[in-house]
Ligand binder design. Structure first.
Ligand code: DQA
Length: 149
């Protein structure tokens, strides 16, 4: 099984660190990418880290992951609550999918309580700050290790 993991980020996460820091914290997305790569090296995972404000680009990365990756960690951001297309794309992916939200979406506005992506995700992490990405990678690594055993 491939130990390549795609870490995908949806709209506005390019502004992480500047955008509503009282909700999303002060770390930038580049900081998160660096931490994911460092943990990936520890866990024997190769990381491809992407962000886009365009839904189709996220779908294209999921299609690419379908061919070559063993797992996906995804923070679809606002697309979480709107995108059947991202859910459909994830449903074509046969390996672990972990959904991550930096904030606890359940503590926030009602419209954030529903996630289309959760209908496919093998696990959902919310409210752990950017640490959620690292927890997601640890979970993908252990699911891949279980499959190997
Ligand atoms: C988010 C939560 C979403 O509701 C929001 O639209 C985001 C970020 C999070 O990481 O907490 O952009 O996915």
């Amino acid at each position: 099984m491939s130990r390549l993991v795609f870490v995908l980020n949806g709209p506005n996460l390019n502004l992480l660190g500047k955008r509503q820091p009282h909700i999303y914290g002060h770390e930038t997305l580049a900081d998160v990418a660096a931490k994911c790569r460092a943990l990936g090296a520890e866990l024997g995972l190769e990381i491809r880290f992407h962000q886009s404000n365009r839904e189709y680009e996220i779908i294209d990365w999921i299609h690419e992951a379908r061919e070559i990756a063993g797992g996906i960690v995804i923070n679809p951001a606002a697309f979480t609550h709107t995108s059947v297309a991202i859910l459909d794309a994830l449903n074509t992916f046969d390996h672990p999918v972990i959904e991550v939200h930096i904030s606890n979406v359940h503590k926030r506005e009602e419209f954030r309580h529903h996630s289309f992506v959760s209908g496919r995700a093998d696990g959902v992490i919310a409210g752990f700050g950017t640490q959620g990405y690292l927890l997601g990678l640890r979970r993908v690594a252990s699911l891949l290790d279980e499959k190997k055993a």
